[in-house]
Design a protein around this ligand. Structure first.
Ligand SMILES: NC(=O)c1ccc[n+]([C@@H]2O[C@H](COP(=O)([O-])OP(=O)(O)OC[C@H]3O[C@@H](n4cnc5c(N)ncnc54)[C@H](OP(=O)(O)O)[C@@H]3O)[C@@H](O)[C@H]2O)c1
Length: 269
C-alpha cells in the first residue's frame, strides 16, 4: 500500500517506523510531508522514505493518508487538502477533531479517527479508533493493519469515547512518566543511586502492569497482596491517600477530557 503521512513529528515518525516494521509498505511507498526542513531531513535520514513540503503532492498517489499535525494546524491542512483527496483512506490522529468536522471540510466519508499513544514508538502503543459509517470493509481492514502496527488497537463504534480515550490512554503515558520520575526521586532521596533507583522503578512499573494483564485481578486485590497489616506498604499508602492521589488523578483526567472536547468545538472552515 502507498501511504502519505502529513506531519512528520513524534507520532508521524512513529507511524512511519511502525508501518515499515510491520512491512505494510516499503520505503518507496511512503511519503512524509512536513513544513519543517529539519524534520524532513530527520525523517529521510532515519527511515529512508520520501519527504516533501507539499501536502497535496504527498497525497496524490496514496491509498492511505494519515493526518498527524497538531489539532491547531488541522483547519488549514484540511481546507488546503480537500481539493486533492479522492478515494483515499483518511486517518486522523488529531486530538479532539471529530469525524463530522473533518468530513465537512473534506466532503468525503472514508474517514478514520484514531487516538494512539507514544509507547507506539517501541511497538507497545494503545490505539483507540472509530470510523465514519460509510467506510468500506477493505478500508476498515487497511486502517486496522496500520494502527495495529503500533501495538494494541481497539475499535469503538461510538465516537464519543475518543475524547475519553485521549484523556486516559492518549495522555496517559505522561501521567505514568511523572509517577515514575517521582518514584525515582524518592529512591534517590532515601539514599539509592539514581541508576539503581531507575532500574528498580522501571521494572516495578513494567512488572506490575504485566502482572495485572496476566492475572486479570482487580488492582485493589493486587495491591492488598503487597500490603501486610501494619507494614511498610500500608504506611506509604496512607500518605498517598491522605495526599489525595486518587482524586488528583481523577480530576486530572477530567481536565484532559474537557480540553479534548474543547479542541473539537473550534470551528474549521
Ligand atoms: N504526542 C502524543 O502523545 C500524541 C498521542 C496521540 C495523538 N497525538 C496527536 O498527533 C498529532 C501530532 O502530534 P505530535 O506530538 O506528533 O506533534 P509534532 O511532534 O509537533 O508533529 C507535528 C509535525 O507537523 C508539522 N506541521 C505543522 N504544520 C504542518 C503543515 N501545515 N503541513 C505539514 N506538516 C506540518 C510540524 O512542524 P513544526 O514543528 O515546524 O510546526 C511537526 O513537525 C496531534 O494532532 C496530536 O493531537 C499525539
Amino acid at each position: 500500500m502507498k501511504v502519505a503521512v502529513i506531519g512528520g513529528g513524534t507520532m508521524g515518525g512513529t507511524l512511519v517506523k511502525s508501518i515499515l516494521r510491520a512491512r505494510l509498505a516499503s520505503k518507496n511507498d511512503i511519503v512524509v510531508s512536513d513544513i519543517s526542513h529539519d524534520r524532513r531531513e530527520l525523517i529521510k535520514k532515519r527511515y529512508g522514505v520520501a519527504v516533501t513540503d507539499n501536502n497535496a503532492e504527498a497525497v496524490h498517489r496514496a491509498d492511505a493518508v494519515i493526518l498527524a499535525v497538531k489539532p491547531q494546524e488541522m483547519p488549514g491542512v484540511l481546507s488546503r487538502l480537500s481539493a486533492h483527496l479522492a478515494s483515499q483512506l483518511i486517518i486522523s490522529i488529531a486530538a479532539g477533531i471529530s469525524l463530522e468536522t473533518i468530513s465537512q471540510v473534506l466532503k468525503q466519508n472514508a474517514l478514520v479517527r484514531a487516538m494512539p499513544n507514544t509507547p507506539a514508538q517501541v511497538g507497545k502503543g494503545m490505539t483507540v479508533w472509530t470510523s465514519s459509517g460509510e467506510l468500506s470493509s477493505e478500508k476498515h481492514d487497511m486502517a486496522r493493519l496500520i494502527l495495529a502496527s503500533m501495538g494494541e488497537e481497539m475499535y469503538l463504534k461510538d465516537e464519543r469515547y475518543l475524547d475519553m480515550a485521549t484523556a486516559v490512554s492518549g495522555s496517559g503515558p505522561a501521567y505514568v512518566f511523572l509517577f515514575i520520575e517521582a518514584l525515582i526521586d524518592a529512591g534517590v532521596h532515601i539514599g539509592l543511586t539514581r541508576d539503581v533507583a531507575q532500574k528498580l522503578v522501571i521494572e516495578t512499573v513494567a512488572g506490575s502492569a504485566e502482572a495485572m494483564k496476566k492475572m486479570s485481578r482487580h488492582p485493589a486485590e493486587l495491591r492488598n497482596m503487597v500490603t501486610s497489616p501494619g507494614g511498610t506498604t500500608a504506611e506509604a499508602l496512607l500518605r498517598l491517600e491522605c495526599g489525595g492521589l486518587r482524586s488528583l488523578v481523577i480530576n486530572a483526567v477530567v481536565a484532559a477530557y474537557e480540553k479534548a472536547q474543547s479542541l473539537g468545538t473550534k470551528k474549521i472552515g
